[in-house]
Design a protein around this ligand. Structure first.
Ligand code: DHB
Ligand code: FE
Length: 283
């Protein structure tokens, strides 16, 4: 039976990737953030998935503002690292899992989620930084294949948090019904509170973030009931990215334990967090 072996919520701040790429992770500014990742990284390294389903948002790199799918899935077996203006990050390109992504696509559409299909996709920091958070030194290739799931968190009307949680539940069913014995990890990326431009640029709301971190495990329904305006008011315009964590939470289900959590302000303009969940296994 294909199973979900862990769920990771993590920020995707581009400079976290740049710090690793430019060997600055041990600098005074970055060390506390990376020290916070260490126990989770160790645990994940001992629990390597075959496939990671990564819920993320493209930042107008692969998809411009001409076409804005609410939810999309990358179905290729190869995704190049996007050039975001300074040349692609020097990390391996990403191997997809065409067969499993096709299965997830069909199941989700049958379940009422009419996904846009990306048969070609360059993946930006929204996906590659979380991969680096998981695996800082991939060598020649990432340790797992990747299925990208994209969410519009940039342009009004973004999907509701409620719809994200429901998509996650459908995604969990789709993953578990894939024939075979694969081990799958699900990543929810983005957040936490941050706003990159406008009068409120630099906004951080630690209280909101801490309550989100608590309730992403204990009470996802409360987080799903918040409106997009609630997220933007409390967590900033880009803080709305946090709704993507609800897709991860819906997919892994309720019978979970928290393996590790860390919260650090600031990483660039953002409150950076990591939370790692694993299913409670009957012993
Ligand atoms: C930053 C954070 C993001 O989520 C992003 O997509 C780009 C930049 C930042 O804090 O610099
Ligand atoms: Fe972002």
């Amino acid at each position: 039976m294909t199973e979900i072996i862990w769920g990771l919520g993590t920020s995707h701040v581009p400079s976290i990737g740049a710090a690793m790429d430019n060997e600055k992770a041990q600098d005074e500014y970055w060390k506390p953030l990376f020290d916070g990742y260490a126990p989770a990284r160790e645990w994940m390294a001992e629990n390597t998935p075959d496939v990671a389903v990564i819920i993320y948002n493209d930042h107008a790199n692969a998809l411009g503002l001409e076409m804005i799918p609410t939810f999309a899935i990358g179905t290729d077996d190869h995704f190049n690292v996007a050039d975001e203006g300074y040349g692609p990050r020097k990390v391996p390109n990403v191997r997809g899992h065409a067969e499993m992504s096709e299965h997830i696509l069909v199941q989700l559409v049958n379940d009422g989620f009419d996904m846009t299909v990306c048969q070609e996709l360059d993946v930006d920091h929204g996906l590659t930084v979380p991969l680096s958070v998981y695996c800082p030194e991939p060598g020649e290739q990432w340790p797992c294949q990747v299925i990208p799931i994209l969410v519009n968190v940039l342009q009004y009307p973004q999907p509701t948090a409620q719809r994200c949680l429901a998509l996650g539940e459908a995604l969990g069913r789709a993953i578990r019904s894939f024939p075979g014995d694969l081990k799958v990890a699900v990543f929810g990326t983005g957040g936490m509170s941050h706003q990159l431009s406008g009068a409120r640029a630099g906004l951080i709301n630690e209280k909101f973030d801490r309550e989100f971190l608590r309730d992403i495990k204990e009470n996802p329904e409360r987080l799903a009931a918040l409106t997009r305006e609630d997220y933007i008011r409390e967590a900033g315009s880009e803080g709305l990215e946090m709704i993507m964590w609800l897709i991860m939470r819906g997919a892994i289900g309720d019978d979970i334990e928290r393996v590790h959590e860390t919260y650090h302000v600031p990483a660039s303009n953002t409150a950076a967090a990591l939370t790692l969940f694993a299913p409670v296994t009957a012993s």
